[in-house]
Write a protein that binds this ligand. Structure first.
Ligand SMILES: C[S@@+](CC[C@H](N)C(=O)[O-])C[C@H]1O[C@@H](n2cnc3c(N)ncnc32)[C@H](O)[C@@H]1O
Length: 242
């Protein structure tokens, strides 16, 4: 009887502690995100300019819905919030060499930018050949070039000396993302004006992995939760030149 009571009390304490620490993590993370956004506001305000991002959002929204209906779904596709941030960031920072890891609607976004800018090269990478084919079909439909669509195994085999000034990381499942993360960090020079967006860090295990890897390498990153959060709770981190 006494043992049962003690077990119950311990369980209740354990439960309250778990809920409390989850809430605490949420509160702390929100604060970090607010601080990170105010740092961006000081250094590169147009990157989070609401009017610019809204314009991109409106430009992409019908096609995003169409892509979700005919090719993908709302859970696997890049969020509209992230896609709008991506398009605005490309237009603002005008990268010349873009790599889009994890093909799909994001491939449309970066190739739309490349078509507008005329002198940007885009490489689209996926670990899944059938998704690369679907992406090619969608790009053709939109009158965009389909060169530079590459399987991840081939891309990373030959990536040795490649460098990109814009990296969008949204590749395969979470295991694949961990596998290729360090290789991907080598693709860009943190001292140059390179930028890397790391999507789907709402998944706590993956987020811890990303945070630990970046901290070990002394790479500064920013939490974009305040600007990229979508209805499914998804958001991203960014490595942005200071
Ligand atoms: C989060 S998705 C990448 C989404 C892509 N960046 C986009 O904007 O649509 C990650 C991986 O899942 C696969 N994938 C893409 N769309 C999918 C879908 N609707 N269902 C299942 N897997 C999908 C692809 O292999 C892709 O590399």
């Amino acid at each position: 009887m006494m043992n049962k009571l003690i077990t119950r009390i311990l369980r209740a304490i354990q439960w309250r502690t778990a809920v409390f620490s989850e809430n605490l993590a949420e509160v702390l993370e929100s604060r970090v995100s607010v601080e990170d956004i105010s740092n961006i506001r000081k250094s590169n305000p147009l990157l989070i300019d609401a009017v610019r991002i809204k314009k991109c959002y409106d430009e992409l929204s019908d096609l995003h819905l169409d892509y979700c209906t005919r090719y993908s779904d709302k859970v696997h596709v890049v969020s509209l919030e992230q896609a709008a941030f991506l398009l605005n960031a490309c237009r603002l920072l005008t990268p010349n060499r873009v790599v889009d890891l994890g093909s799909g609607f994001s491939s449309y976004v970066v190739r739309k930018y490349a078509k507008e800018s005329r002198n940007a090269d885009v490489c689209t990478v996926d670990d899944n050949a059938s998704w690369l084919n679907k992406t090619a079909e969608f790009l053709k439909e939109r009158d965009l070039p389909v060169n530079g669509l590459i399987l991840a195994s081939d891309f990373f085999k030959n990536a040795g000396s490649s460098s990109f000034d814009f990296v969008f990381y949204d590749l395969g499942n979470m295991q694949i993302r961990r596998e290729y993360f360090e290789e991907t960090l080598k693709l860009f020079d943190t001292k140059n004006r390179s930028i890397m967006l790391i999507d789907d860090v709402h998944k706590s295990d993956y987020r811890s992995f990303v945070v630990n890897t970046l901290r070990e390498r002394k790479i500064n990153f920013l939490n974009l939760k305040k600007v990229t959060l979508d209805d499914y709770g998804r958001y991203s981190f960014a490595i942005i030149p200071e």
